[in-house]
Design a protein around this ligand. Structure first.
Ligand code: ATP
Ligand code: MG
Length: 331
């Protein structure tokens, strides 16, 4: 692994699924790779979701997404953290990729099918989403993409796009690999069914009000086959234990599962412990976010510095691409 890239959409409140599936890995990789770790807030991607996108709030959400990532441990002085639209080469390369991506490859993408099913009118931006994502990754010639399981299919498509470009125009791009957090590749939403997603409203936000988080935890579905408190429960049938395993020490989880199986404890007790353990992870993130909110110039300057670094790399790749595809160069 020599260079990583990943991104997050400013499409709503950043949640524990984003944190566990993506950001936590980004922080660790950033410590190891420094500036070779590229992370971006993908604002152009967020335009593809008409339910979440509002021109009046996009800029604020983009800024806040960057701030939350920093609060969660991404150090912009070490890694390259920037906003996608500040590096216009992403969209430029995505056009070239569009011309060599079969339509059928895009219409079979699971994310496209899921999201399109929820929209009355489906715009082609949603269909092209994975092509822009391929450009985000390949413009930096990144070899590793730390993401949640939901993005694996898109990374496979990125590999195919790289392969096709290389076959047509000569060896240019690596074939990047997805990197999952084995502990939490797909965090379920609070409904216990769908993936936790900003756009589904089934989230626990990193900066969400404590009382609101507790209310959500309190209402998490129990093992449906446990009707009375005296019934033995199956910890594998409730997301209370799924969530607990993300945040509590292994021994504590094992002991509570044992008690739950014997009907020694009710779910409410486990939920209280889950809340406490979760808040141990969230409190320091909130404290750092409060500090960063007091210094918005620091956040903005860091993003501009990140974009400058990213652009130097992206511009060089784009020059190479223009030449290889045979455009008349403005020399
Ligand atoms: P949206 O609903 O707008 O698509 P999202 O919650 O899916 O939002 P994204 O910005 O699309 O978030 O994804 C950012 C990163 O978080 C990606 O790497 C994605 O794979 C990861 N991710 C998103 N949801 C989860 C989840 N529930 N579990 C694990 N990883 C996740
Ligand atoms: Mg998503």
């Amino acid at each position: 692994m020599t260079r990583v890239l990943s991104g997050i959409q400013p499409s709503g409140e950043i949640h524990i699924g984003n944190y566990l599936g993506a950001i936590k890995q980004w922080v660790e990789l950033g410590e190891r790779l420094g500036r070779e770790a590229f992370f971006c807030i993908v604002d152009y991607h967020a335009l593809t979701n008409p339910l979440a996108y509002d021109p009046a709030t996009l800029a604020r959400r983009t800024f806040e997404a960057a701030l939350v990532n920093m609060a969660a441990g991404l150090n912009p002085e070490k890694v390259t953290l920037f906003v996608q639209s500040h590096v216009p080469e992403h969209t430029e390369l995505s056009w070239v990729f569009t011309t060599l991506t079969p339509l059928g490859d895009l219409t079979r993408m699971t994310q496209f099918k899921d999201k399109a099913a929820k929209q009355e009118a489906v715009w082609s931006g949603l269909l092209m989403y994975p092509v822009l994502q391929a450009a985000d990754i390949l413009i930096y010639k990144a070899d590793t993409v730390p993401v949640g399981e939901d993005q694996v299919q898109h990374i496979e498509l990125t590999r195919e796009i790289a392969r096709r470009f290389n076959a047509l125009f000569g060896e240019t791009f690596p074939e990047p690999k997805a990197l999952l957090n084995p502990e939490a590749p797909r965090v379920p939403g609070i409904d216990g069914k769908a993936k936790m997603s900003k756009s589904l409203g089934n989230t626990i936000g990193l900066l969400e009000d404590e009382r609101s988080i507790w209310e959500k935890i309190r209402h998490l579905p129990d093992d449906p086959q446990r009707i009375r408190l005296a019934d033995p429960g199956d910890p594998e049938r409730t997301i209370v234990f799924t969530y607990l395993s993300y945040f509590a020490p292994k021994e504590l989880v094992a002991a509570l599962k044992e008690e739950y199986r014997k009907a020694g404890i009710g779910t409410l007790v486990v939920k209280r412990i889950l809340f406490e353990e979760l808040m141990k992870t969230l409190r320091p993130i909130r404290e750092r976010a409060e500090e960063l909110k007091k210094d918005p110039d620091y956040v903005m300057d860091a993003l501009l510095e990140g974009a400058k670094r990213a652009r130097a790399v992206a511009a060089a790749t784009m020059e190479e691409v223009r030449e290889k595809v045979g455009l008349l160069l403005p020399t």
